[in-house]
Ligand binder design. Structure first.
Ligand code: FES
Length: 107
């Protein structure tokens, strides 16, 4: 499990306690965080769960898969070196305290 902090583009900050195996996208949509849409339900097919991961913690995340990297080509907001898809990041103890920022738009 991990406490994940989401910072929306308007500065709204929410910390959510996620059980192991929940994706960061699921945590956001289940808790009413508007900055993540998750249109495809987490099958890495929509790019509406784009987020910017705290650079200092990038090494704590598993590498992005080829499919995630492909889908990151389709994000609506600017893609940055720390861009990831929240549906492809699963909560584990290694992510405790992780901060992600959400882009202004997902579509
Ligand atoms: S929810 Fe569709 S790509 Fe993440």
């Amino acid at each position: 499990m991990a406490n994940i902090t989401y910072i929306e583009s308007n500065g709204q900050t929410t910390t959510i306690h996620l059980n192991d195996g929940w994706s960061l996208m699921q945590g956001a949509t289940a808790n009413g965080i508007d900055g993540i849409v998750g249109e495809c339900g987490g099958s890495c097919a929509c790019a509406t769960c784009h987020c910017y991961v705290d650079e200092a913690r990038l090494g704590d995340l598993p590498e992005a898969s080829a499919g995630e990297l492909d889908m990151l080509e389709n994000v609506a907001a600017e893609r940055k070196p720390n861009s990831r898809l929240a549906c492809q990041i699963k909560a584990t103890a290694a992510l405790e305290g992780l901060i992600i920022r959400l882009p202004e738009t997902q579509e």
